[in-house]
Design a protein around this ligand. Structure first.
Ligand SMILES: CC(C)(COP(=O)(O)OP(=O)(O)OC[C@H]1O[C@@H](n2cnc3c(N)ncnc32)[C@H](O)[C@@H]1OP(=O)(O)O)[C@@H](O)C(=O)NCCC(=O)NCCS
Length: 145
C-alpha cells in the first residue's frame, strides 16, 4: 500500500539513488534537495512511500503568479501503476489550494511517458526551449490553466 507523505529532510538520502538513476546526466544533489526543502513558504514536496521505502517524489514551487512543477520521479520498479498521476494530482491540489490559476513545467522533448501523463492532467505544450537539456535536447514548456 503506497501512501503520500510530506517530503522531509530525512528522506533526502533515500531519494538520491532514485534521482541519480533517473536523471543520470544532471541529477540533483543532496544540497539541491536541502535547498528546496529549506524554502518552506514557497515549496511543496511530497514522497510516495511503500512499506516504509521511498519509491517516488515530486515538488512544486509557488511563484507569485504561477506554480511550477520542480521535479517528478517514480522508481523504475514502481512505474506504470498510477504513482506519477497520484504525485501530480497532489501538486495540482496544492497549487489550487494556494490560489494558483496556472501551473507550468518543463519536460524533455523525448520524454513521451511524462508528456502523456501531463497531457492527461490538462497540460498543453506552449513553447520549446531549444537545446535546454544536456546533449542539446529541447525542453517542452507545458502549461495548465
Ligand atoms: C514520468 C514518471 C514520473 C511517470 O510515473 P508513473 O508512476 O510511471 O506514472 P503513471 O503510472 O501514473 O502513468 C504512466 C503510465 O502507466 C499507466 N498506468 C497508470 N496506472 C496503471 C496501472 N495501475 N497499471 C498499469 N499501468 C498503469 C498510465 O496509463 C500511463 O501510461 P500511458 O502514458 O501510456 O497512458 C516516471 O515515468 C518517471 O519517474 N520517469 C523518469 C523521470 C521523469 O521523466 N520525470 C519527469 C521529468 S519532467
Amino acid at each position: 500500500m503506497v501512501s503520500l507523505e510530506r517530503f522531509r529532510w530525512w528522506h533526502v538520502e533515500e531519494v538520491l539513488p532514485i534521482e541519480r538513476h533517473l536523471f543520470g546526466v544532471e541529477p540533483w544533489t543532496a544540497h539541491h534537495f536541502w535547498s528546496e526543502l529549506g524554502q518552506v513558504t514557497t515549496r511543496h514536496y511530497v514522497v510516495a512511500v511503500d512499506e516504509g521505502a521511498v519509491v517516488g517524489y515530486a515538488g512544486l514551487c509557488d511563484y507569485p503568479d504561477e506554480a511550477f512543477v520542480q521535479t517528478m520521479a517514480v522508481a523504475p520498479a514502481h512505474q506504470g501503476q498510477g504513482l506519477g498521476a497520484a504525485l501530480l494530482l497532489d501538486l495540482l491540489q496544492e497549487a489550487e489550494r494556494r490560489g494558483q490559476r496556472k501551473t507550468l513545467l518543463e519536460v524533455r522533448a523525448d520524454n513521451e511517458v511524462a508528456q502523456r501523463l501531463y497531457a492527461r492532467h490538462g497540460f498543453r505544450q506552449t513553447s520549446v526551449r531549444r537545446g535546454y537539456y544536456p546533449g542539446g535536447v529541447d525542453a517542452w514548456v507545458m502549461e495548465r490553466t
